[in-house]
Design a protein around this ligand. Structure first.
Ligand SMILES: *Cc1c(COP(=O)(O)O)cnc(C)c1O
Length: 388
């Protein structure tokens, strides 16, 4: 029976408590399990404890995949998936404007393993295809992207990958499985930082990968050696978090649309980047491959105002590094997530100093608007700023 998103979130993969009939999956903290037969050797680093298996089943169902694995962080998931499909002498094509950690992993580590890489110049399918070489093995995209919420054409990318015999991978963190299922568009491997929408409460660091059983077996063969598994206690907490992911993300979609429209109509905001706005260059594409436009947006404060003062003057919305929690947060990519890539590369990616990334939470939109209006009033007359 095909189930809807909130039913999968709530029930898929539940471990039945046969002993006490408790409402939720029991937590098995054992790192040692008696052999049932020679084939099953349960061990946390083999990604096969009862709680890991149960949650993997939920994540696979959420991504319409055959199998899934849970990792200790989003970067553990990304690095393991990439290295499972690349070896010395291979080449990978990556989308420009990726999550900063992925960009750093590729730039700082790949040359040590003799893996060649190219970043695209643009985001059109041709931009990917022109970078493909004889030794290219993987194509890697992120849509919507961080922090400018650009949209990449999933069907076109999967067609290019199939034509050239490549494995296609996506970082699906910003969309979450609630808004986008890339497997339905032919993408092979789906990666999440579960620290974000899957966790949703800014208290779990985790990652996930979903794909076919065959691809997941290949990833497992490397993952057991690299050892990036997640503690069962955190696996259990993540299962609890995902139960409400559907309703959280839908609330965040609605709030983000509301905030994007408010900011767009504001005379002191120069630009708003949100795929749910009809004037966003990726709007039509987003409509064709996403069920909702997500809870992330970015905006540019008019340069005559001080962007860091604006962030300090906010009282409800917190300036903070991470994203996707139930609480609204903002950050300056130039000062934080994209600080390490350097001014030149930031300019190349269109990330200005006045750009503010806004992770919209589940608060009442009227309260978020009031907070932004109050902060704008403060930066308009900086002499009377009363930063609390
Ligand atoms: C946070 C994030 C990551 C990295 O995840 P961690 O859990 O911090 O390792 C990767 N991709 C995107 C889009 C992210 O937002």
């Amino acid at each position: 029976m095909k189930k809807g998103i909130n039913t999968i979130c709530t029930h898929e993969g539940d471990i039945k408590d046969e002993q006490f009939k408790g409402a939720v999956s029991p937590l098995y903290m054992s790192t040692s399990y008696a052999f049932e037969d020679v084939e099953v050797k349960r061990y946390p680093r083999y990604f096969n404890t009862p709680n890991q298996v149960a949650l993997s089943q939920k994540i696979a169902a959420l991504e319409h995949a055959g199998a899934a694995m849970i990792f200790g962080s989003g970067m553990a998931a990304i690095s393991t998936a990439l290295l499972a499909f690349l070896r010395a002498g291979d080449h990978i094509v990556l989308q420009k404007s990726l999550y900063g950690g992925t960009y750093n992993f590729v730039n700082e580590e790949f040359s040590k393993y003799g893996i060649e890489y190219s970043f695209t110049e643009g985001l059109e399918p041709e931009d990917f295809e022109t970078k493909i070489k004889g030794n290219t093995k993987v194509i890697f995209v992120e849509t919507p992207s961080n922090p400018l919420l650009t949209i990449t054409d999933l069907s076109a990318i999967s067609k290019i990958a199939k034509k050239h015999g490549l494995v296609s991978m996506i970082d699906n963190t910003f969309a979450s499985p609630v808004n986008q299922n890339p497997i339905d568009f032919g993408i092979d491997i789906i990666i999440h930082s579960a620290t974000k929408y899957m966790g949703g409460h800014s208290d779990i660091c985790a990652g996930a990968v979903a794909s076919t059983e065959e691809n997941m077996d290949r990833i497992f063969q490397l993952a057991k050696n690299l050892g990036g598994s997640l503690s069962d206690y955190t696996v259990w907490l993540l299962e609890r978090s995902i139960k409400t992911m559907g309703i959280r993300v839908k609330a965040q979609n609605n709030n983000a649309q509301h905030m994007a429209e408010f900011l767009e109509g504001h005379s002191e905001i120069d630009k708003v980047y949100y795929p749910g706005l009809p004037n966003h260059p990726g709007h039509e594409l987003a409509k064709s491959q996403m069920r909702g436009f997500g809870g992330m947006l970015s905006f540019e404060l008019n340069p005559k105002y001080d962007a860091s003062l604006f962030q300090k003057a906010l009282q409800l919305i917190k300036p903070s590094m991470s994203l996707a929690g139930v609480e609204s947060t903002v950050l300056s990519p130039a000062q934080t997530s994209h600080a390490l890539i350097g001014a030149e590369e930031r300019k190349n990616q269109g990330i200005t100093d006045g750009l503010i990334r806004f992770s919209v939470g589940i608060e009442e939109p009227e309260d978020l608007i009031a907070d932004i209006e109050h902060a704008l009033a403060q930066v308009r007359s900086p002499s009377i700023v009363n930063v609390q």
